[in-house]
Design a protein. Sequence first.
Length: 159
Amino acid sequence: MQRLTFILFALTVSVSAYSQKAENAIGLRGGWGTGVTFQHYVSEKHAVEFIAHTRWRGMVVTGLYEVHEPFFDVDGVQWYYGVGAHIGVWRYYKNGPKWFEDEWTGSRTVIGADAIIGLEYFFDEIPFQISADWKPAINLIGYSGLWGDDGALSIRYVF
């Protein structure tokens, strides 16, 4: 996973064109789970974001549709909200977390719906942005339940 993160980051750094109205951003996401994030702006206010991160000894991939709005009159700052879906595989083991069966060792595939709300800041001098978000999710298939603790900080290279 670390090699994949480094390769994706190195590929994007090689792109030399940068503008504040960039269409793409790729970077690292850290919170309860760690992983990579990729945003593609389909218009000035709308973006799709893909997140691949590790959590619960497994991997979760999330796709989100986001609406980005100015945050008051602060230059470079936007707030955003959106919805999407996720699919993932979690591994668990004997004496694992209490929400799984105690004696069963294996994996569980989960599919569910996500929401997101956050703030992001675009730097003027360098092609990077930082963001902080909260992304609650509900699993509908596999282990069903509401997960309200997925918050993260991300740093992305903008191109």
